[in-house]
Design a protein around this ligand. Structure first.
Ligand code: ADP
Ligand code: MG
Length: 261
């Protein structure tokens, strides 16, 4: 069965899209079948996966509005090595168009009902807001991955996000859990970052991934070529960190399944 992760944080610029793209590439490199879903109208994960958002007849928008089926909107990106459910600016309208529609929070979940046989991992890149699109991702996901920057206000924002996950758990998706917190764009020489990192571990314990993603210029450059950092410069520190994250997530997943058995 596919494991569905929402990569989410209502704060912008914390590394959600970068994490979604590079984790997808890392998992694919390790032999997993991966579907990346871009749920942000900015379409950055789409472009970063080598799919041109301006040349799409069908996107996740059509899926959410019930105008297309999953198989018709998924594209396999040869360069990326994983499948992509793309997004562009059309998606910004979905929220308004779905207002008043019955079951609007469950559109993505319903669309993914048959995804299980085809993929090992589904990664959903969320927009930087706690809006209907994010709620659709949280209703569809088994667990959330929270990338964050270790800075002063990060923990405060985290409280809101944890409360949202609790609300979703109580109302829409009883099975949802926090899979892990990822320290992204980390600078170990920054004392404040170290302090916030320690607080994070104090608070969330082993929910915090051991893997830390360093700030690395190759990671920032890769999307302008429509590539993940792993495809752009596999040897770079950033790419290697994401590969390590993919390994850590697979290990956790195997441990979880063992625990269940
Ligand atoms: P979000 O999706 O949360 O808004 P992004 O993934 O788009 O955040 O990242 C914000 C910016 O930071 C982008 O320009 C991205 O290229 C850059 N960035 C992300 N991770 C790293 C990293 N590890 N090293 C350097 N730059 C990064
Ligand atoms: Mg983003």
């Amino acid at each position: 069965m596919a494991r569905i992760f929402a990569i989410t944080n209502q704060k912008g610029g914390v590394g959600k899209t970068t994490t979604t793209v590079n984790l997808a590439a890392g998992l694919a490199m390790l032999g997993k079948r991966v579907l990346l879903i871009d749920l942000d109208p900015q379409g950055n994960a789409t472009m970063g996966s080598g799919v041109d958002k301006r040349e799409l007849s069908h996107t996740v928008y059509h899926l959410l509005l019930g105008q297309a089926k999953l198989a018709d909107v998924v594209r396999h990106s040869e360069t990326a090595g994983y499948a992509v459910l793309a997004a562009n600016r059309d998606l910004a309208g979905a929220e308004i168009e779905l207002v008043g529609e019955h079951g609007r929070e469950f559109r993505l979940r319903e669309a993914l009902a048959e995804v299980g046989e085809h993929y090992d991992y589904v990664l959903i890149d969320c927009p930087p807001a706690l809006n209907l699109l994010t709620v659709n991702a949280l209703a569809a996901a088994h667990a959330v991955i929270i990338p964050m920057q270790c800075e002063y206000y990060a923990l405060e924002g985290l409280t809101d996000l944890v409360n949202t996950v609790k609300k979703v758990k109580a109302g829409l998706n009883p099975a949802i859990e926090i899979e892990g917190l990822l320290r992204a764009m980390f600078d170990p020489r920054n004392t404040l970052a170290q302090q916030v990192s320690d607080q994070l571990k104090g608070h969330f314990g082993d929910k915090v991934y051991d893997t830390v993603i360093p700030r690395n210029v190759r990671v920032a450059e890769a999307p302008s070529y429509g590539l993940s950092a792993l495809a752009y410069d596999k040897a770079s520190k950033g790419a290697q960190a994401y590969l390590q994250l993919a390994q850590e997530i697979i290990r956790r997943e195997e441990g979880r399944q063992h625990g269940k058995a």
